[in-house]
Design a binder for this molecule. Sequence first.
Ligand SMILES: *Cc1c(COP(=O)(O)O)cnc(C)c1O
Length: 322
Amino acid sequence: MESLTLPSYSDVQAAAERIKPVANLTPVLTSRSFNEEVGAEVFFKCENFQRTGSFKFRGAYNSLAKFSEAQRKAGVVAFSSGNHAQGIALAAKLLNMPATIVMPTDAPAAKVAATQGYGATVVFYDRYTQDREAIGRALAEEKGMTLIPSYDHPDVLSGQGTAAKELIESVGNLDALFVGLGGGGMLSGTSLSVRALSPDCVIYGVEPEAGNDGQRSFQSGELVHIDTPDTIADGAQTQHLGKYTFPIILDGVNEIVTVTDEELIEGMKFFAQRMKIVVEPTGCLGIAAVRKLKEKIKGLKVGVIITGGNVDTEKYARLILT
Ligand SMILES: *Cc1c(COP(=O)(O)O)cnc(C)c1O
């Protein structure tokens, strides 16, 4: 097997410097009623207030800012169900380079519109019959563009790790941290930051129950591949962890847990009713797991990363009313 050079916390620090002039230093919110409900002190890092509405802008900008002059000229290509697309599209716009995004035909309309709004070219594919990676690679080859994947890339995951770095720098050491898990860019980057800044903190990765490939991979030590899972958490409909993200997760993460779609909806309702914030289904993985594990975290200081807030208003209303 080829040996990979895995990123380390110094790469997260470099990413933090790179994104500082353009990224939002997102707020950390608390809720007394939630603290009472779970018997812990909980800090929510609100990446739903990040530029483009999710943490994906961090990794996208960090990656594109490192491009050579020739790479900038040819531009970037990415495939994504939405949030990575928006992150790449805005980062490309800010860095004055062309971007082509390969998106599934059933991607949320708001995400497609936002991506096009940032000036990117959108190419559609059928997520159940076509291979998006092959489409992305062909475009990259034809036009000399650089492909930036949504999670399995050292610069992407180092960028995502800056959110946990900011959280710990603003609230201090944590006893536990809950992070949504798709392909593991956020979780692996978080692990680099936490192991450097708050080493005793227990890190929980949280997956939708329908797509627990990460949990199975973590428990077996072997990379498990699954079919596209059926879940409302469209930001975590990934089929496997990555060659960069998996070893970092194995090394630094403590446990991977799962939650149901119903539990994600309860999270959306709580955020709307009690905290007055719009959070997309995938963004509720963390809060759902805190509720599920509340006996385990009693009396502890707990962090939760709210990963994003991008959801079509009609879908949002429908879910909130169920
Ligand atoms: C991408 C995404 C995730 C999962 O992130 P990975 O780095 O793929 O694990 C979670 N929540 C939201 C809102 C996302 O956009």
